[in-house]
Design a protein around this ligand. Structure first.
Ligand SMILES: *Cc1c(COP(=O)(O)O)cnc(C)c1O
Length: 387
């Protein structure tokens, strides 16, 4: 029998930005006002770059005004051209940065268990035009980085990771089970991109970063993000304005101090969701390998409509009646956008797993200040829909 559940009084959204006490932020703003230095590698920027390097356990970092410009610059810095193999199951920015670099995205299908690019299928999509693989650790689920690197090495391809969902993720350094060493996710491939957008776990309202191992890349990337200006007399390449300003950097520094507590809270929320939903036929969620440190960026469920009895879209609409606003990440697939639909790699036959996933995923409310009793109520609403 259907229980009577009242809607939430106030809307529950999928996320809420992590915000410091205003007084803490104001103290940093006072420093900036004192120095009268607002952008171009000021003290806040220098401090944040150092702090991010440490947090992510990566050798080199370059900060950006957003993740999309960072990814655009990553493609430029590696001089990519032709075709790049990527995933259709991602945010619009991923294929768009390729288009903005005059590169054609080639969509490869994804793995059913992680929804990341299916490394086993990459090889069959490589042609003489292919210059790189752009893979996404979607929802913080790590790609098969070892296999991807092995393929890239064999064909002389560059590898870029979109780590927008994977801030703080750590995985084993090698597929060899005997070596149990954890490393930051930003250490794989040639370059990794992180987004510091307000909806991401760590943010500076808008912002982003690239991480990489090659010290020589640091000079090139920093030139590219500042118009290619080397000094007062020399402009050495056609760069862009990708700089993160002092106010963004200051916000980043104070938000970074809150991240570990936020992760602990999200861990409890995740456990509560999993406990409430673990035995529900037709509802599944991602189980990370116990060797992996989770980013706690999203909590995503998959709804098998035949088994559950309602489709993902029905669940999404039903939730709205209770003032719960879930998101269909990632629907539609990038391969269904009008700008990419005509590509031969966009055909549904080429992307069967991605097409199923796009109809089944639902991103649930997930942020530290979400009360556990609310999480339980959200789960009750979902279970009650079946009757
Ligand atoms: C957020 C996001 C981006 C873009 O980041 P911005 O900082 O908003 O430009 C890129 N890729 C994925 C997968 C994202 O979720």
């Amino acid at each position: 029998m259907r229980k009577k559940i009242n809607p939430f009084d106030l809307p529950i959204f999928v996320t809420r930005p992590l915000l410091p006490k205003l007084s803490v932020f104001n103290a940093r703003l006072s420093e900036i006002w004192g120095k009268q230095w607002l952008t171009n590698n000021g003290t806040q920027h220098i401090a944040l770059e150092k702090a991010i390097k440490k947090y992510l356990h990566v050798p080199e970092v370059s900060l950006f005004n957003n993740g999309t410009i960072a990814l655009m610059t990553a493609c430029q810095s590696l001089r990519l051209s032709g075709d790049v193999i990527t995933t259709p199951f991602t945010f619009a920015a991923t294929p768009h940065v390729l288009s903005w670099n005059n590169i054609q995205p080639i969509f490869c299908d994804i793995e059913p268990a992680t929804l990341t690019i299916d490394a086993e299928k990459i090889e069959s999509m490589i042609t003489p035009r292919t210059t790189a693989i752009l893979a996404v650790h979607v929802f913080g689920n790590p790609c098969n980085v070892y296999k991807i690197q092995e393929i890239a090495d064999r064909y002389g391809l560059k590898v870029i990771y979109d780590c927008a969902h994977a801030f703080g993720t750590e995985i084993l350094s090698s597929p060899n089970e005997k070596i149990k060493k954890l490393v930051g996710i930003g250490n794989f491939g040639d370059i990794s991109m992180f987004s510091f957008h307000a909806t991401k776990l760590f943010h500076c309202a808008e912002g982003g970063a690239l991480s990489f191992n090659d010290k020589n890349l640091k000079d090139r990337i920093d030139l590219l993000k500042n118009f290619g200006i080397k000094n007062e007399n020399e402009v050495v390449m056609p760069g862009i304005n990708g700089k993160l300003n002092e106010i963004q950097a200051a916000l980043g520094l104070v938000v970074l101090d809150l991240v570990s507590e936020e992760r602990n809270k999200r861990k409890k929320i995740l456990n509560t969701y999993e406990e409430c939903l673990k035995d529900v036929p037709g509802i599944s969620f991602f189980k990370l390998n116990s060797d992996v440190i989770n980013s706690y960026q999203y909590f995503v469920i998959r709804i098998n409509s035949k088994v559950f009895g309602l489709s993902r879209d029905e669940v999404y609409n039903e939730f709205k009646k209770f003032n719960v606003f879930t998101r269909k990440y990632f629907y539609p697939l990038c391969s269904e956008y009008t700008c990419y639909r005509q590509l031969s790699s966009s055909s549904k036959n080429n992307l069967p797993i991605a097409n199923i996933a796009a109809d089944e995923v639902l991103s649930m409310p997930f942020y530290g200040s979400l009360k556990l009793s609310y999480v339980e109520k959200i789960c009750s609403i979902l279970l009650n829909m079946k009757h």
